[in-house]
Write a protein that binds this ligand. Structure first.
Ligand SMILES: [Zn+2]
Length: 113
């Protein structure tokens, strides 16, 4: 596995196989920086995301059905599209919600940004 250099601490790390564009290592301080940069970049470059952010957060907090969403994330789609699809979907089922899936979605979207 090819090692990459962390954009924050400059250490070498092995990227997760499903995240080829990973730019930060797994240290908590670097993940924090990654989130910060991702948010900043996202807000600057994607007005659609900005407009949808509060809706998306509302949708997540309402615990949508994530079965299809998780699959789509696995094949590398952007969370924004996934979130839109979820929000647009009528079959929101709170009983299917699992918080680890939300964590995965968040992690994947940030890694891929
Ligand atoms: Zn690092």
């Amino acid at each position: 596995m090819t090692k990459l250099r962390c954009a924050h601490c400059n250490d070498l790390f092995t990227p997760a196989p499903q995240v080829p564009k990973q730019t930060y290592c797994s240290k908590p301080k670097c993940q924090k920086e990654r989130r910060k940069q991702w948010q900043k970049n996202r807000l600057q470059s994607d007005p659609d995301y900005r407009a949808n952010q509060s809706r998306a957060q509302k949708a997540w907090s309402e615990k949508p059905s994530l079965k299809g969403v998780e699959n789509r994330v696995r094949v590398g789609l952007d969370l924004t599209d996934v979130a839109k699809a979820t929000i647009a979907s009528d079959d929101v089922n709170t009983s299917n919600f699992t918080s680890p899936v939300i964590d995965i979605l968040e992690e994947m979207s940030m890694y891929c940004a």
